[in-house]
Design a protein around this ligand. Structure first.
Ligand code: FE
Length: 234
């Protein structure tokens, strides 16, 4: 299998949300696309283990926010690498309640949609939901949408394990092995972000060549917000 070919496919990045009863759910998705124009319908592919997937099945609705290129990595980490079963992902996040009742996140987003589920398909580990657009709006018209390539190449983010586009860590490492032969690399055990000493961390303003051990004690993973103690040397 040629894993590099999978990295040639680009996507956007979205926060998919829903509400069932008084339970709010949300997660970061890249597998979202428009499937029909009349009526406008979108498809999303959700892992069956995700808390939000069960809530969408119950509520029959979902919303999604289109993330901005300036999206906060901490927000992506909050919705992408933690489970809503364990804590409230919406605490401290700006959102409003849409017509479908879905919580629509407005932080770090350029536009939003909300949909009513019209169909769903069980596909192995995932469920594909089709949803017809009920309402939408724009938030920050002048900011570019975040693409998955930008997330991977500039923000150095990876797909979490539940993502349809997840690729095993060993295979990702094999792909980039040539590029990091002489680097001391520390990896976040939560989201797999890698701090490369030779490159530093432009996102948090750490200059190239800074040893991991010299990073400030309160430095946190730019993708998921994990503290230094959650990093391991490769
Ligand atoms: Fe992390």
């Amino acid at each position: 299998m040629n894993f590099e070919t999978y990295f040639k496919i680009s996507y956007g990045l979205y926060i998919v949300t829903t509400k069932s009863g008084n339970k709010l759910g949300g997660y970061i998705a890249n597998t979202l696309f428009q499937v029909t124009a009349t009526p406008p319908q979108f498809a999303i592919s959700c892992n069956k283990d995700n808390y939000t997937t069960g809530l969408i099945k119950e509520s029959g609705v979902f919303g999604f926010s289109v993330l901005s290129e300036k999206a906060s990595p901490a927000l992506i980490g909050n919705f992408g690498y933690k489970s809503g079963r364990d804590f409230d992902k919406f605490a401290g996040v700006n959102f409003f309640t849409g017509k479908t009742g879905s919580p629509i996140v407005t932080d770090s987003s350029v536009a939003w949609f909300e949909c009513k589920v019209t169909n769903s398909y069980e596909v192995g580990t995932h469920v594909v939901f089709i949803g017809e657009v009920i309402d939408n709006g724009s938030i920050e018209e002048k900011t570019k949408s975040l693409t998955y390539n930008y997330y991977r190449e500039v923000l150095k983010g990876y797909s979490p394990k539940n993502a349809p586009t997840y690729i095993e860590k060993a295979n990702v490492e094999a792909l980039f092995a040539d590029q990091k032969k002489q680097l001391d690399v520390w990896q976040c055990q939560l989201c797999h972000y890698e701090y490369e000493e030779e490159k530093g961390d432009p996102i948090t303003g750490i200059i190239a060549g800074t040893s991991f051990l010299d990073l400030p004690d309160d430095w946190t993973c730019p993708i998921c917000g994990a503290g230094k103690m959650l990093f391991e040397k490769e």
